[in-house]
Ligand binder design. Structure first.
Ligand SMILES: C[S@@+](CC[C@H](N)C(=O)[O-])C[C@H]1O[C@@H](n2cnc3c(N)ncnc32)[C@H](O)[C@@H]1O
Length: 302
């Protein structure tokens, strides 16, 4: 893993001793167990962890071990190796991946949707499915797909209001459960335009005071899927005019990034757009897309 901002690896303390801070956890994450975990995480998710990420792995897993009342990394790795460990492998990836996100992250992408994606879809709509289809491919706790939903609701002409759909997916079941509730603490929505907040969220009262919930009219537009982007048997029927795959490629090595871009490209309509995170770049990767502006690519139209 590169030490990118979104991979959440910068907060890691130096790996001296890599002694877990969790009381009762008796042993360190030694070379052998770290190597086993590193390989397992790669084979399950293609997340590539360098040798410098041992402290990160130890600290993220320590809490999981405590939940399971497992007292050592030896015992935890034993569980992962066993038949009973199949389900636990999913939790393992959940704990290692970083889910940092926010509403309207990288606003320039939303400006581009208003100025280029919507007009281009409206021009070509006659020949296409008639539905503007958008995929938030690593959606984390839902802020990205709900931002898209708010933005489309605000910017599409009334006549097009019925004709858009957002698919959202992530590898983490834990984070998807959170996303599908559409409930966020007030500090997550604080920076949003007041009129959008009023139109698209319900303010919690009583025990929900201090929270906001995305209104059903928007939640109905977003369908959540559990999927691993590196297993390209994606469950969709139709291609997309826009795919956002932002702040996830940073986890992957070059070869994996190249495969992923090729899988995603197949799901783009000709003329459709792919957005990656601003700190991610497809330079050095073979792909058949045209660079439109930094972090935005377009599939050539025939
Ligand atoms: C840092 S968040 C990015 C969220 C959002 N796209 C954004 O830019 O704000 C990265 C997300 O990618 C997900 N992820 C990591 N590996 C994945 C994989 N192989 N397939 C699908 N999702 C993955 C993580 O679970 C996490 O929720």
């Amino acid at each position: 893993m590169r030490s990118g901002r979104d991979a959440g690896v910068m907060a890691v303390r130096p790996p001296h001793g890599v002694q877990s801070e969790i009381r009762g956890l008796s042993s360190e994450l030694d070379d052998e167990n770290y190597e086993f975990l590193r390989r397992l995480i790669y084979s399950e998710s293609r997340i590539h962890l360098g040798s410098d990420k041992r402290a990160l792995v130890a600290s993220r897993l320590a809490k999981r071990l405590r939940e399971l009342r497992i007292g050592s990394f030896d015992a935890y790795c034993e569980l992962l190796r066993s038949n009973e460990g199949v389900e636990e492998r999913r939790h393992l990836v959940d704990r290692i991946s970083t889910n940092h996100t926010q509403f309207f992250r990288e606003m320039k992408h939303f400006d581009f949707i208003r100025d280029r994606v919507i007009p281009s879809w409206q021009t070509r709509k006659g020949s296409a499915t008639g539905v503007l289809r958008v995929w938030s491919a690593a959606c984390s706790s839902g802020e990205e797909p709900y931002s898209l939903a708010i933005f489309l609701a605000e910017h599409l002409a009334p006549s097009a209001r019925a004709a858009w759909q957002i698919e959202a997916s992530d590898i983490s079941t834990r984070i998807l459960e959170k996303a599908s509730t559409g409930i966020y603490p007030a500090d997550r929505v604080n920076g949003m335009r007041h009129d959008w907040l009023q139109r698209h969220f319900q303010k919690g009262v009583g025990e929900w005071s201090g929270s906001f919930r995305v209104k059903d009219s928007l939640r109905d537009r977003v369908r959540f899927h559990h999927l691993n982007l590196l297993e390209p048997n994606y469950p969709f029927q139709q291609p997309f005019q826009l795919i956002l795959c932002r702040n996830v490629m940073i986890y992957f090595d070059r070869a994996t990034q190249e495969s992923l871009v090729s899988y995603l490209s197949r799901w783009l309509e000709p003329g459709g757009f792919l957005m990656v995170g601003h700190s991610e770049s497809l330079s050095g990767i073979h792909h058949g897309l045209n660079l439109v502006q930094p972090a935005i690519y377009q599939k050539p139209a025939p």
